[in-house]
Write a protein that binds this ligand. Sequence first.
Ligand code: FNR
Length: 366
Amino acid sequence: EMPLLEQCYNLMDFEAVAKRVMKKTAWGYYSSAADDEITMRENHSAFHRIWFRPQILVDVEKVDLGTTMLGTKVDIPFYVTATALGKLGHVEGEVVLTRAAHKHNVVQMIPTLASCAFDEIVDAAADGQVQWLQLYVNKDRDITKRIVEHAEKRGCKGLFITVDAPQLGRREKDMRSKFTDPGSNVQSGQAVETNQGAARAISSFIDPGLSWKDVPWFRSITKMPILLKGVQRVEDVIKAIEAGVQGVVLSNHGGRQLDFARSGIEILAETMPVLRQLGLENKIEIYIDGGIRRSTDIIKALCLGAKGVGIGRPFLYAMSAYGFNGVDRAMQLLKDEMEMNMRLIGAQNVDQLNPSMVDVKSLFNH
Ligand code: FNR
């Protein structure tokens, strides 16, 4: 018997239910990561090496979780990150996430490889609801240009160029399940190779030749803020600032690309002190994703200087298990958790979160 939605008390609970109820190919695609999945596990364990230094006797009767991301006001500092092939988990696909993002006033990042057509996902948004576009850059730049221009015309407020996937990682769990249904993806426009799992089937158009030289071209074709998703070291954060982009996502793609890549939270802890030293900390917005499952993970990221965090698999699992109501509950659980933990750490709002509130000694020395 399937557990009742009310019996899910945290984001991990949805994963357990999803594993039981999802089709094997879908579970394989969503849950898999690269090679030995060491990085995927590290995305969780890195948070376990950070401890809190709460401050006492702060009046926390009222707690405000709100912040801004790229100028958009949101109710809590997470966004729904881009995850391909939403219809593997739920017949309606990504629009389920659109509706939940609206209810909780958070931003949704639309994947290039969504199952729903891009316009369907934009049409599913409420008036004023903010969405961003995640971009896989096609070898055919005319296709990419059309996608970007169209997204801007439809009101997208941010362009997140994925830079950690010149070639798709080997996700063996996914490869083992022979994949036959790439869904109604309309944007890659390529013939698909279906005998190596979902990921390989849909990724052959991605340009491994993408380089820093291309950034000015993106600047020339759009007024949307440009962010690089998948930055993995402080040197590249500095290059990104020099290239004039508005932000970066410190991310290893949920452990699905380079195994033994470090966690976003560790890269953040490496990055911010260097940026502060160089006086660059206000030049861009820094986001992280990977392994965020608890509000304490969000709070740790904000203490260390992130503007917000992306969450991927938990919402896919909640959607696959329970549809809209699942994603709704997952987001509400995070809000309730975060309100409590802000009180316990002694912060009235996210601006008060700062590096003194965390102990990262064992993050690096373990
Ligand atoms: C992803 N991710 C991803 N990223 C991207 O830039 N383009 C994409 O198409 C996808 N697709 C995708 C599918 C699935 C099933 C997963 C799980 C992930 C990576 C995603 O944006 C994000 O970096 C990670 O999901 C964050 O880690 P968690 O929250 O899943 O642990």
